[in-house]
Design a binder for this molecule. Structure first.
Ligand code: FES
Length: 253
């Protein structure tokens, strides 16, 4: 079966195959939905209207031609309270570093001036991987052999946050230029705080590369082991099966 599911409210369609649920189709379309139990039918959050009838997306088979409206409250990158940019001070050097805390629930991206040490701004948002479950185990189960999907979600969100916060700082400085003096190119290698100890470091420098292109001289990233695996696009099999040992470690530079 090659079905097509319609999302008129979002102006989108998504393909569905035999055995897919509406939640699969919504994920395939990249649309935001709360799915805290990752499709186990427990949390009741993935409510949709399917051809006018309310149901759980994860319990409803996708059938060709269905018209679906998402009822759960999630809407794209949810920016949380406390996000914003500080007033620019004359003490600032104009050189910027970024610190990122990748939490299972919340991600915080903070910019600091490396000369004065002052906070320049912060952006906090709900981790977009929650579409694949609220807890670490759900995320691991969805990335046992392939972490590309979840990795792509978090990296795109972090990249957007870096661009937004640095853009706001540039506007606040009134500089109208990207980049600061003395920028060290960090793209292409592992972000400094997540230098990986074994094997390759697949695509780890993408966020660092985005930061460098925005004039940021240093990026430090912290998170629990699963969040680091998913950020670095590392399969989670060793985290989800006994003896539950990480294949890779992360060390301070
Ligand atoms: S009830 Fe559907 S994702 Fe939780």
């Amino acid at each position: 079966m090659n079905a097509k599911i319609f999302f008129p409210e979002n102006g989108m369609t998504a393909p569905a195959k035999e055995g897919d649920t509406l939640l699969d189709a919504i994920r395939a379309a990249g649309l935001p939905i709360e799915a805290l139990c990752s499709g186990r039918g427990k949390c009741g959050k993935c409510r949709v209207l399917a051809d006018g009838a309310e149901c759980l997306a994860c319990r409803t088979p996708a059938e060709d031609g269905m018209r679906v409206e998402i009822l759960s409250s999630s809407s794209g990158q949810e920016i949380l309270a406390g996000s914003g940019v500080s007033e620019i001070s004359g003490e600032d050097s104009g050189r910027t570093a970024i610190a990122i805390d990748v939490g299972t629930t919340t991600v915080v991206v903070k910019a600091v001036d490396t000369g004065s040490g002052r906070d320049l701004g912060v952006r906090a948002f709900a981790n977009p991987q929650r579409v694949y479950g609220a807890d670490v185990l759900s995320r691991i189960n969805n990335a046992m052999d392939d972490a590309a999907l979840l990795s792509g979600l978090i990296r795109a969100a972090i990249d957007d946050a870096i661009k937004d916060i640095v853009g706001d700082i540039i506007v606040a400085r009134g500089a109208g230029v990207t980049g600061a003096d003395g920028v060290e190119e960090t793209g292409g290698d592992c972000p400094e705080a997540v230098e990986e100890t074994g094997g390759d470091c697949p695509d780890a420098g993408r966020s660092a590369g985005v930061a460098a292109s925005e004039g940021v001289e240093k990026v430090v990233i912290a998170g629990n082991t699963t969040m680091m695996y998913l950020l670095l696009n590392l399969r989670c099999r060793s985290l989800g099966l006994a003896p539950f040992e990480a294949e890779y470690g992360f060390k301070e530079p």
